[in-house]
Design a protein around this ligand. Structure first.
Ligand code: ADP
Ligand code: ADP
Length: 226
């Protein structure tokens, strides 16, 4: 069975005017360790689907199964990252990365060691005692990436994580993300509206096709790695 399975997932937003169908009968399976991209034009429901997987939004209909268990928000198993990482400005880089572990009550010594390792992994050696205001946008996303990995989630949900960065920085970050993925084999679901980026990164690309007010479904393209 797949690690993550969605069956006929639908989402209707209540709005001031008519109800808005953001997802309609979307079904998919994602295997453990897979890097999957979710692509499609703006408004096709990518963020909605990711938010449902992360437990930030409730689905209107359908079923969602994680590792054989029906669930709505398996928080410790899931890490989410967005276009900009909201960092605590009065906390150092190190303290920001330690935060998820503190919230989850993980062992402090172990987390400190892991934090040093992660900062090195994302190219922030020597930046642990800096404050977010001293960092560039790219470096703040590196902090976000380290924080995402800090509590060792099984599944990474990334919503255009480098989309706000300039092209060179984005490509660099994409390559680093791939290196990290090759080392950790986390299950990654990566949202982008850039098909080139999706093809570069993923094992499989889910293309979401918009229809007037609804979604047709998901087309899968298999991209075997060399
Ligand atoms: P994408 O990430 O592909 O750009 P979204 O999931 O953000 O698409 O949006 C899908 C559709 O749902 C869009 O029509 C959007 O306007 C609508 N939508 C998203 N969030 C909300 C919300 N909180 N309330 C009402 N409509 C929403
Ligand atoms: P576009 O012309 O729309 O930018 P490309 O296919 O050239 O489309 O690239 C799209 C995105 O895919 C790039 O901005 C980058 O994020 C990613 N990408 C493509 N090729 C590479 C690569 N060799 N290394 C890193 N990222 C890449």
């Amino acid at each position: 069975a797949s690690l993550i399975e969605g069956r006929n997932v639908s989402k209707v937003y209540a709005t001031a005017t008519a109800p808005l169908v953001a997802l309609s009968d979307v079904s998919f399976g994602i295997e453990e360790g897979e890097f999957v991209s979710l692509v499609g034009p703006s408004g096709c429901g990518k963020s909605t689907l990711l938010s449902i997987l992360g437990g930030l939004e409730e689905r209107t209909d359908g079923t969602l199964v994680l590792d054989g268990k029906h669930h709505d928000a398996p928080r410790a198993d899931i890490g989410m990252m967005f276009q900009t990482s909201v960092l605590f400005p009065w906390r150092t880089v190190r303290e920001n990365v330690l935060l998820p572990g503190i919230i989850l009550g993980l062992e402090r010594k172990q987390q400190e060691a892991r934090c040093a390792e992660l900062l090195s992994m994302v190219g922030l050696d020597g930046f642990g005692e800096r404050y977010p205001s001293e960092l560039s946008g790219g470096m703040r996303q590196r902090v976000g990436l380290a924080r995402l990995l800090a509590h060792d989630p099984r599944v990474l949900l990334m919503d255009e994580p480098f989309g706000a960065l300039d092209e060179f920085t984005r490509e660099t970050m994409n390559i680093e993300l791939l290196r990290i993925w090759e080392r950790t084999r986390k299950t990654v679901i990566f949202v982008t509206h850039n098909i080139g980026e999706a093809v570069f990164l993923s094992d499989r690309v889910f293309v979401m096709t918009p229809r007037p007010g609804r979604l047709e479904g998901i087309v899968e393209i298999d991209l075997p790695r060399p």
